[in-house]
Design a protein around this ligand. Sequence first.
Ligand SMILES: [Fe+2]
Ligand SMILES: [Fe+2]
Length: 213
Amino acid sequence: MPRRLSPLDRLLSEADSVLRTLSRRGNNAARPSPADGHRDAALSEGERRHAAGLMRVNHTGEVCAQALYQGQALTAKLAGVRDDMRHAAAEEVDHLVWCEERLRELGSRTSVLNPAWYGLSFALGAVAGAVGDRVSLGFVAATEEQVCAHLREHLRELPPEDRKSRLIVQAMLEDEQRHGDNALRAGGTDFPRPLKDLMTGLSKLMTRASYRV
Ligand SMILES: [Fe+2]
Ligand SMILES: [Fe+2]
């Protein structure tokens, strides 16, 4: 039986997660990057900047995913699906690391706005978790739906020669689809359209900002 954590233990472990997510090279991926072993294409300056902007958006999305799972873990009961959620959260760490590595290779950096998006996503995750597991899982499903839409758009937008970024995005898309399906199958509420539209608006704001800074 797992050891019960004292409130101080939990606080320290939360603080550790926040710092890891927001600090550079704070995490290790469990799976090698899908881009490993592939050669970098010769990109024009414009292509490189565009690819970096898109990968920075994806990286911010993964920061939000970490915050969402951590916020949820604080409040949700997630009866019967805790292991699934932990597994999904670990895959999100891989995505975070892959995007960060790719940004570095493209000569760029992560978004300066990440701490703000982290805070907002953490709060949303915690609120959804407090309302109940069905809402919490529904929130995961709706979020993944948004993320998948972005990733598909990025596959259309990334320079065709930028095979490394494309391989990362493709692998992420497959994982995110599975996370969303699992959350719905585990009993997540399918959010009503107006709520999804609100989330789309928020994610547009995030993507526009992170693309630039
Ligand atoms: Fe992810
Ligand atoms: Fe995911």
